[in-house]
Design a binder for this molecule. Structure first.
Ligand SMILES: [Cu+2]
Length: 68
């Protein structure tokens, strides 16, 4: 599955890197692309809940606007 996550609060490449690592650490995730310009992350995963994605991002201090 592919999830698109809109994220609030990313300001620079450090933020992007932090979000990317946090998402990559989740079980089942196979690919993560994070865009600063688009304020989103695209996650490919075998099977993952929106809740797990949301928590991983919020735990490191960013806000999830939408997951679809
Ligand atoms: Cu930053």
């Amino acid at each position: 599955m592919v999830k698109q996550i809109r994220i609030d609060g990313m300001h620079c490449m450090h933020c992007v890197g932090a979000v990317k690592s946090a998402l990559e650490e989740l079980e089942g995730v196979t690919k993560v692309d994070v865009s600063l310009d688009e304020a989103n992350a695209v996650v490919e995963a075998e099977d993952i809940s929106d809740q797990a994605l949301r928590e991983a991002i919020e735990d490191i201090g960013f806000d999830v606007v939408e997951i679809k």
